[in-house]
Design a protein around this ligand. Structure first.
Ligand SMILES: Nc1ncnc2c1ncn2[C@@H]1O[C@H](COP(=O)(O)OP(=O)(O)OP(=O)(O)O)[C@@H](O)[C@H]1O
Ligand SMILES: [Mg+2]
Length: 322
């Protein structure tokens, strides 16, 4: 028999070190519901928590019956919520880069730089890059006002791309830096009597690189950042989660919790329909136990209705012991 409700424990806030938790998983398995339930539990235990949705199809606002935006809004005691819109971020990001560069670029080149920035905005991966920039900002700056950042992410493919992005971003900045350096070297040689030239663009790029590396350090440190994967006890989500966990491991991200959501509660009646579902579920629960040996398993019951309110979230919260 499965025990859903883990014994209620008062969490010693000081003993928990992780500051950042990501919830990932296949579409519709319950990432938003479980991330919210987890955040609610942490907040109830006294940690100032910021719950962030990075999925363009946001629904945290619906769950908490509040309109949310790109800035933090208070949801309950100790809990704040935010919905990041990648397209909005992309616009904001390009504007920021433009204004950073405007003082640095000679005036006759401004139009050209702006044109290139517009092209960058609509190029593939631009939204993700901007989203990552916002995450970096949260991790390194704004997020420090909270004890915990909880990220509800978009379905698997997107999330994986996003999480492996730090490396790509660094490679990109490195490439730009090298180019810049060789231009500066020839300037120094031909125009500056061999003296190194002061290059503000090089400096801006260098600062970005430092920021990315600092964020990456935090995102890859299991003492600071945890990755939780949500699945339902069925064949396809198990297979997909196995692949995702292996892929994440390749990028040095270790998934430490598997949240098994929508488990049939004991109270479900025992008509032949449910008997069938229950015995099938039993097989899948065994598979999950044997496949995810390095992860802690957390079981959440299927509620008798969808998750629509803080009250529903609280029912799920009980299963998170920390
Ligand atoms: N334990 C549960 N019991 C009952 N209904 C649930 C449970 N968990 C999630 N649901 C319902 O399942 C649906 C999907 O949940 P949710 O939106 O949390 O998933 P998601 O993984 O975030 O989806 P998406 O990939 O679209 O972002 C919702 O209608 C939600 O109310
Ligand atoms: Mg969701």
């Amino acid at each position: 028999m499965m025990e859903f409700v883990v014994v209620e424990m008062r969490v010693n806030v000081k003993s928990i070190k992780e500051r950042i938790v990501f919830f990932g998983g296949k579409g519709g398995v319950g990432k938003s519901s479980t991330a919210s339930a987890y955040a609610l539990k942490q907040a109830a235990d006294g940690r100032r928590t910021l719950l962030v949705s990075t999925d363009p199809a946001h629904n945290l606002g619906d769950l908490f019956e509040r309109k949310l935006s790109g800035g933090a809004a208070k949801l309950t005691d100790n809990l704040w919520g935010m919905e990041i819109d990648p397209e909005e971020e992309s616009k904001r990001y390009i504007e920021k880069v433009k204004s950073n560069l405007s003082g640095l670029v000679k005036s006759h080149l401004t139009d050209e730089v702006n044109r290139q920035m517009e092209m960058a905005r609509v190029s593939p991966g631009a939204d993700e890059a901007a989203l990552f920039d916002r995450i970096v900002e949260l991790v390194l700056e704004e997020g420090k006002d909270y004890d915990l950042l909880v990220f509800d992410t978009a379905p698997t493919g997107h999330t994986l791309r996003l999480l492996s992005l730090p490396e790509m971003m660094e490679a990109w900045v490195d490439g730009m830096l090298q180019k810049r350096q060789s231009i500066n070297d020839s300037h120094a040689r031909w125009l500056n009597d061999g003296e190194p030239v002061e290059d503000p663009i090089y400096r801006v790029l260098m600062e970005r690189k430092d920021k990315f590396s600092a964020a990456r350090k935090e995102l890859l440190d299991p003492e600071i950042t945890r990755y939780h994967y949500v699945l339902v006890p069925e064949k396809l989500p198990i297979a997909e989660t196995e692949r995702a966990v292996a892929l994440l491991k390749q990028t040095n991200l270790t998934v430490d919790k598997i949240v098994v959501n929508k488990c049939l509660p004991e109270a479900a009646d025992d008509s032949s329909f449910f008997q069938n579902r229950r015995s099938q579920e039993k097989e899948y629960l065994d598979i999950i136990q044997n496949r995810f040996l390095s992860q802690t398993l957390v079981y959440l019951p299927m509620l008798d209705q969808d998750v629509r309110s803080i009250g529903d979230l609280e029912k799920l919260s009980k299963a998170f012991s920390n």
